[in-house]
Design a protein around this ligand. Structure first.
Ligand code: SF4
Length: 550
């Protein structure tokens, strides 16, 4: 199989194609890097103050990409000693990989969606629901929706800003995944993996096998689809593609609201989809919308509470998408212009979400509370992309607090493993007994967690291969993204937390009467689970649970 050239970016160029000339600013750059290396105050304000006090010869400040590229060039020229801690500090957007995994988003080609949701925009050049100047859309358009080119260009971007891309979570977005022909889906995933592997494959299975030991390993594969597209057959197909996490558009649990907004499915269908996915061990991300046509602030609040009181729902992650009113929707044309729909005022929306968030249980992660739609597209209502901060300020003013996973994860903090305590949170769904295991710092930060699902009976597991097994649905240990095999400096990654969590899960499963433990492993995590005693079956990895003699 032909090898493709290794991706290297020895010289950074700005958006206009001008190379950054380190020689012209060498002394200024050395001074600034020395100051940043010596900076004891780790707050972002201190970092920015230092950067802003060192201008380039042109009079403007160093961009973060210039700092990273300049650092590399100076180290390569022997003019600066290698300093991993400094490199970590100057890496742009550290938040993007604080969970130890670099997220890489790609979009599928424009394709009809079976849904007719009145709030969903249509642009001929894009998959349903996407807007042309969203960052992900722009990148996809630039690369003609080609999965290989999109993936390679994101890898190049990670490298240019100093991120390790050793562990990649691949997020495939674009309307409804299940509506695309299966041949297209298979080809799309294979080409993404080819790009990660740097090697052309002849089949998806071959691309998956190569990725097990590739430099850019796929440690999570996420798709988004509709609840009425989920069936036992679809679940098995997703697993064969290597999918580990499914995003489902829930939007509301109120059948009246679903019908008014022409969602085309019911709350009962949503429950069945979640059941099937949970029974098969997938991580479940739900999208919930506020301010749909027919909603009120009170009905939204009541609906949000149902996410947790209904044992058939209880998602692992949630995206809160307040309805953004766009001109390219039926909602705008046939409802708003006729005075039948009115977006909430910003302060009402902030108060609503601040009222909802404290109800989120610690096992759930709130990934977003606003969809990143460029404000010129939004006709009326909230246009602020920092809605999360506004909500946090509102909550702080009221003395309330969110304990969702995102609000508690340790991010880039140093973790002392001796001070971590194991916390076990059991909870029930209508098809499983779930255990959310987490290592928690004295300050209530989460350094790592594991999701264990114990099916109530083999009948709730749609895939025969694992019908009798306890299922590890997720293991996640936080820390900045590291290349495979590299060691961090005190972050939670690579400190054996994952192994300890898996041991504890095995013990719980044994105590609950299970004799086999399965894991829904991403392709790039297979080697890790092999080291823990798991072997690869058809769609899952499993191991027998050791019994303890009396
Ligand atoms: S199912 Fe999703 S993509 Fe399709 S029309 Fe509805 S909101 Fe848009």
């Amino acid at each position: 199989m032909p090898c493709m050239p290794t991706l290297t970016l020895s010289k950074w160029s700005d958006a206009a194609g001008r190379a950054f000339d380190v020689d012209a600013d060498e002394q200024g750059l050395l001074d600034l890097l020395a100051r940043l290396a010596a900076l004891e105050d780790r707050r972002p304000e201190a970092y920015l103050q230092a950067v802003n006090s060192h201008a380039r010869r042109t009079g403007r400040h160093f961009a973060k990409t210039e700092l990273v590229d300049g650092y590399r060039q100076l180290v390569a020229a022997g003019k600066l000693a290698e300093d991993p801690d400094l490199l970590r500090r100057i890496t742009r957007k550290p938040m993007r990989t604080h969970s130890g995994v670099a997220p890489l988003t790609v979009l599928t080609k424009p394709f009809p969606c079976p849904g007719e949701c009145i709030f969903c925009p249509t642009f001929a050049s894009l998959p349903k629901s996407y807007v042309p100047d969203e960052p992900g859309s722009l990148r996809a358009l630039q690369n003609a929706f080609d999965p290989f080119r999109q993936t390679r260009s994101r890898l190049a971007a990670f490298q240019a800003i100093g991120h390790s891309a050793g562990k990649i979570e691949l997020l495939i977005l674009g309307g409804t995944w299940s509506a695309y022909p299966r041949e297209y889906q298979t080809w799309f995933v294979q080409r993404c993996l080819d790009a990660l592997n740097g090697v052309e494959s002849t089949s998806l299975a071959q691309a998956q096998q190569i990725n097990e030991s590739a430099a850019h390993r796929n440690v999570g594969l996420v798709i988004e689809t509709r609840p009425d597209a989920i069936s036992p057959r679809e679940v098995a197909h997703l697993r064969r593609l290597g999918v580990t996490k499914v995003q489902l558009g829930l939007q509301s649990l109120d059948d009246r609201i679903l019908a008014l907004n022409k969602r085309g499915h019911t709350a009962a269908e949503m429950r069945q989809a979640v059941r099937l996915l949970r029974g098969a061990g997938f991580k479940i991300v739900l999208h919930w919308m506020a301010n749909l046509y027919g909603d009120t602030l009170e009905s939204d609040y009541a609906d949000f509470l149902r996410l947790w009181s209904d044992p058939a729902i209880r998602p692992d992650e949630l995206k809160i998408y307040p309805n953004s009113l766009l001109k390219e929707t039926e909602l705008y044309r046939d409802y708003y212009l006729k005075g039948l729909y009115q977006p909430y005022a910003e302060q009402d929306l902030v108060a609503l979400i601040a009222r909802c968030k404290p109800h989120v249980p610690p096992y759930c992660r709130i990934n977003r509370i606003f969809r990143d739609i460029p404000s010129p597209h939004i006709v009326e209502g909230n246009k602020k992309t920092n809605l999360r901060q506004l909500v946090q300020q509102h909550m702080a003013g009221q003395g309330s607090r969110c304990r969702c996973l995102r609000c508690r994860e340790v991010r880039r903090q140093q973790v002392d493993p001796r001070q971590l305590r194991l916390h076990i949170l059991p909870y029930d769904t209508d098809v499983t007994r779930e255990f959310f295991l987490s290592f928690v710092t004295p300050e209530d930060g989460v350094a790592g967690f594991l999701r264990l699902a114990l099916p109530r009976s083999s009948a709730v597991v749609p895939i025969a291969e694992v019908a009798d097994a306890a299922m590890i649905r997720e293991v996640h240990v936080y820390g900045p993204a590291l290349g495979v095999g590299k060691q961090g400096q005190g972050e939670a990654q690579h400190r054996g937390l994952g192994r300890r969590l898996v041991c504890m899960a095995e013990r719980i499963a044994r105590d609950e009467g299970f004799s086999r433990l399965a894991v829904i492993s991403a392709i790039g995590a297979r080697a890790y689970y092999r080291r823990l005693g798991f072997t690869l079956g058809d769609l899952y990895m499993t191991k027998p649970i050791r019994t303890i003699s009396a």
